[in-house]
Design a protein around this ligand. Structure first.
Ligand code: ADP
Ligand code: GLC
Length: 481
C-alpha cells in the first residue's frame, strides 16, 4: 500500500476560496484504494462551518519550535467520504475571518503550517511515501523536509511533489522577515534556493526542493516557461522542465450532476436537456427579476472577480453586448472595481443583467444549470473548473484559448460539426465580442446545431478518473516501482 499525504490550505467541503479546494477535496477520493492510502492535512480555520468543527475529533497536541517561537500544535481528525482528513489546530494562526489575509502574517501562518505538517507525522505514526503539496502555502514543506527532518530513520526517503495551481501567488516577502519567521539558515536564502529577485519566495523553495513539479494543464505547463505567463519564474520553470508535467484537473461528477443536483429546480440529463434544462432558466429569471422569456439567450459567469479572469474585457464591451438579445448573470466577489462594474450594469440594464455579488455554492449550481452559455475570457488560466462544470451541465463555454481553457474546450467548427464551445485567441475585447455574437447567431438561427454542441459538451468526460491515473503513475515512478 502506497501512502500519500496531501498538504493543502483548503479543501471542500471544509473550506473553499477557489478551485484548489475542489481539487484537494475531490482528487483524493479517486485513487485506487487497493494500492493507495491517500490522506489530507489542512489547517483548522476558525471560519470553517460549525457543523464540520463539531464533527472533528481531538487526537493529541504538542509544542513545536519555529524561528524563535514555541507553538502549540493540535491535531484533529475526521473521516469524510472514505478519506482521512487531519486538521492542524492553532487559534493564534487560524482564527481569522478568512483563510488568507495577505502580507507577512500569511507567510508566518503557512510557515507554521508547513513545519507542523511534518512534525505531526511521527505523532500520528503515519509515514507517507509521498507528500503532495499544493501552491505556495505548502511550498516550505519540501524545504523543511530537506532542512530539519533528515536526522532519523522516519523521514528518510519521503518524496515530495508540488502542484502549481496558480503561479501568480508565490508567497513573497523580504529575506530578513522571512528568515525570522521560518528560522531557516542563510544557506536557504540564495538565488538557487528560496531567493528570487532579492526577496524570499515560498513557491520557489517548493519548486527547487520538491522531487517533482506538476501544474494543472498541459498548456499552462508550457506557458509558464515563457515571460508572459511565467510570473518572473520562467527561468526556473525551464530549468525544472524535466521534472515538470501538466495533469489536467477534473471535477467531482457526483457533486456536479444535473441529473441529481438538489440545488436546481429541474433535473435533466444528456437525453432530456432539450425539454427540461430551460425550466431552470425560467425559474432563475423569475428568482432574479429578469425578463421572463424562455427563448432569450442567457450568459453566465461564476468567478473570483480579478484581473486574471478577464473582466476588463467584459467591462469594455458590456454596453455593446447589452444591445443584443441576451441576458447576463454574474455571480462573484473580488476586486471592488469589478463588483461595482456589474452592479452598475445591473442598474443600467435592469431586467437584462443580474449582478450577484456574493459567494453561494447553491447559486453557482443554478447558474451552471440555467444558462445557455458560460463566459470565461481569462487572461491566464492554469486549468479552470468553471468551464468543466458548464460542460457537465450542457452550458456552452465561451473562453479564451489559454491554459486549461484551451485544453478542455474544443472550439465549434460549423463546417465539420465538431466542438464543445466557442473560443478566441487574443486578449482583445472585440475579438471576444465577435465570438459571443457568433455564439448568439448559432443559438438563435441554428438551434439544432446549438443542441448538438450541447450534446457533445455533456458527453465530454472531465471526471477525475483519467487524471487520477496520471498522478498514480507519477507516484509510482517517484517511489521507484
Ligand atoms: P479559481 O480557482 O482560479 O478561482 P476555478 O475555475 O478553478 O478558478 O475554480 C473556481 C471555483 O470557485 C468553482 O468551483 C466555482 O464554481 C467557484 N466559485 C467562484 N466564485 C464563486 C461564487 N461567487 N459563488 C460560488 N462559487 C464560486
Ligand atoms: C487555481 C487556478 C485555476 C485552477 C485551480 C485548481 O485557482 O486559478 O485555474 O483550476 O487553481 O487547480
Amino acid at each position: 500500500m502506497k501512502k500519500i499525504l496531501f498538504a493543502t490550505s483548503e479543501a471542500v467541503p471544509f473550506i473553499k476560496t477557489g478551485g484548489l479546494a475542489d481539487v484537494a477535496g475531490a482528487l483524493p477520493k479517486c485513487f485506487d484504494k487497493k494500492y493507495f492510502d491517500v490522506r489530507v492535512i489542512l489547517p483548522k480555520y476558525g471560519c470553517m462551518a460549525q457543523k464540520w468543527k463539531d464533527q472533528m475529533q481531538y487526537v493529541t497536541h504538542f509544542y513545536m519550535d519555529i524561528g524563535s517561537r514555541n507553538c502549540y500544535v493540535g491535531i484533529m481528525q475526521m473521516e469524510y467520504e472514505g478519506i482521512q482528513f487531519y486538521f492542524i489546530d492553532n487559534e493564534y494562526y487560524f482564527s481569522g475571518p478568512q483563510p488568507y489575509e495577505g502580507g507577512p502574517w500569511d507567510l508566518e501562518k503557512f510557515a507554521y503550517f508547513s513545519k507542523a505538517v511534518l512534525s505531526v507525522l511521527p505523532v500520528l505514526d503515519f509515514r507517507p511515501d509521498i507528500i503532495h503539496c499544493h501552491d505556495w502555502q505548502t511550498g516550505l514543506v519540501p524545504v523543511y523536509l530537506h532542512d530539519s527532518f533528515q536526522g532519523g530513520e522516519f523521514f528518510r526517503g519521503i518524496k515530495t511533489v508540488i502542484t502549481i495551481h496558480n503561479l501568480k501567488f508565490q508567497g513573497v516577502w523580504d529575506v530578513k522577515t522571512v528568515q525570522g519567521i521560518t528560522g531557516l539558515s542563510d544557506y536557504y536564502f540564495a538565488p538557487d534556493k528560496l531567493e528570487a529577485y532579492k526577496d524570499a519566495n515560498y513557491l520557489k523553495g517548493g519548486i527547487v526542493f520538491a522531487d517533482a513539479v506538476t501544474t494543472v494543464s498541459n498548456t499552462y505547463a508550457e506557458e509558464i516557461k515563457t515571460p508572459f505567463y511565467g510570473e518572473r519564474l520562467e527561468g526556473l520553470m525551464c530549468a525544472r522542465s524535466n521534472s515538470l508535467r501538466g495533469i489536467v484537473n477534473g471535477i467531482d461528477y457526483k457533486e456536479y450532476n444535473p441529473e441529481t443536483d438538489p440545488y436546481i429546480v429541474k433535473n435533466y440529463n444528456a437525453t432530456t436537456f432539450r425539454k427540461e434544462k430551460v425550466k431552470n432558466k425560467i425559474a432563475l429569471q423569475k428568482e432574479l427579476g429578469l425578463e421572463q422569456n424562455k427563448n432569450t439567450m442567457m450568459i453566465g459567469m461564476v468567478s473570483r472577480l480579478t484581473d486574471q479572469k478577464g473582466f476588463d474585457l467584459v467591462a469594455y464591451i458590456m454596453d455593446e453586448l447589452c444591445q443584443d438579445a441576451v441576458q447576463i448573470v454574474a455571480l462573484g466577489t473580488g476586486e471592488a472595481r469589478y463588483e461595482n462594474m456589474f452592479r452598475h450594469f445591473d442598474w443600467k440594464y435592469h431586467g437584462k443583467v443580474s449582478a450577484l455579488i456574493y459567494y453561494s455554492e447553491e447559486m453557482s449550481h443554478k447558474v451552471y444549470a440555467s444558462c445557455d452559455a458560460f463566459l470565461m475570457p481569462s487572461l491566464f488560466e492554469p486549468c479552470g473548473l468553471s468551464q468543466l462544470m458548464s460542460l457537465r451541465y450542457g452550458t456552452v463555454p465561451i473562453v479564451r484559448e489559454t491554459g486549461g481553457l484551451k485544453d478542455t474546450v474544443e472550439p465549434y467548427n460549423e463546417y465539420e460539426n465538431t466542438g464543445t464551445g466557442f473560443s478566441f485567441c487574443n486578449y482583445n475585447a472585440h475579438e471576444m465580442l465577435g465570438v459571443i455574437r457568433n455564439a448568439e447567431r448559432i443559438y438563435y438561427d441554428k438551434k439544432r446545431e446549438w443542441n448538438k454542441i450541447v450534446d457533445r459538451a455533456m458527453a465530454a468526460d472531465f471526471s477525475w478518473e483519467h487524471s487520477a491515473g496520471q498522478y498514480e503513475e507519477m507516484y509510482n515512478w517517484l517511489i521507484g516501482e
